[in-house]
Design a protein around this ligand. Sequence first.
Ligand code: NDP
Length: 373
Amino acid sequence: MMTICVKIMALRFGRSARLLRNCAAFSTKLPIDSRHVTQKLVFSEFGDALKVVRQEEEPLPAPKPNEVVIKMLAAPVNPADINTIQGVYPIKPPLPAIPGNEGVGEIEAMGSEVVGLQKGDRVLPKGVAWGTWRSRAVCDANDLIKIPNQLGVVEAATLSVNPCTAYRMLKDFVKLQPGDTVIQNGANSACGQNVIQMCKAWGINSINIVRNRDNICELRGYLKDLGATYVFTEEEVRAIDLFKKAILPKPRLALNCVGGKNALEMMRHLDQRGTMVTYGGMSRQPVSIPTSSLIFKDIRVFGFWMTRWSTVHESSPERVDMLDDIVQMMVNGQLRPPAHKLVAFNNYKEALSNTLSSKGFTGMKYILDFQKD
Ligand code: NDP
């Protein structure tokens, strides 16, 4: 088994930079092409993404000694990006702003004092709301996380939000053991697909709830192929008798990104002292918790926000370990990227309008592809 380590974290760069600044072995200084320009998406006011986001071209400054030029390869359009542009997300970047919270780029050139990175290395932004929807960027080398080049572009571009969210929610709230059961709604979301695959890899049963649709058999098949133990539609959830018949233990953890009745039905199936973690509200319906569940079942209820976790743990060993684990699972084929469509950067409106749809049923993650015309 190939061992790949994300040994890279900018926290390590800081120290090595001082130690190795004048080391010839690391002085892969590359000529800076002053003609570099970037094509970027930008918004100057909050509002409807299709109306306020525009495309602009801008010359890039030459990188300072500690900076690099990155050529972006791919960046997904996530619901949170749309909410940020709408001004309804807790992160409100100063305007004008470049949208895009995650994505992968390749080092194209670097300043004279950058160490530990070379031309062609693949990198992710370390911080949140970095602005990935641009063809090129100049930034401080310490603001980047180097990842193994073996990772596929789509896996790398979608690494830092949904797989990390799934990982933390499965690790941080309940000490799950092989054989335990997790129940989740929005199971076909990018995050849900990661939950399914991590559960499978860790020997945990997953009960997966999706909305009914014409091609439900196809969706069930897709999720089962990822490793889902069971897939139910919202209408089928109440009648689940797997626990009464002792086919599976009752869930110890419920993951909710939908809210409303769907979340309530999930909570009914939780075991005594079970935990529900809410991380999204796709139905826009509130989560109501029956008083009896709190008192007689001692149900615990939490929220989770990856952005907060990443900010608090920006350069922490836990983050390094998490990324190492996720990269390893991707390289081993245990973690596939979500169903997706790559869209040429110039066709960004297609990606925005599909992610915007309040009806859902999009069926895939839209990813801006900077290499496609
Ligand atoms: P995707 O775009 O991959 O998936 C969206 C999911 O939402 C699909 O399962 C879709 O199901 C469902 N959905 C869409 N509209 C509705 C609706 N009106 N009612 C019920 N379900 C609906 O999303 P992500 O995986 O990127 O994100 C999923 C959720 O998780 C979002 O709410 C996002 O904000 C949240 N999230 C939160 C994070 C955190 O840190 N708290 C981090 C990552 C994601 P269908 O196919 O039936 O339309």
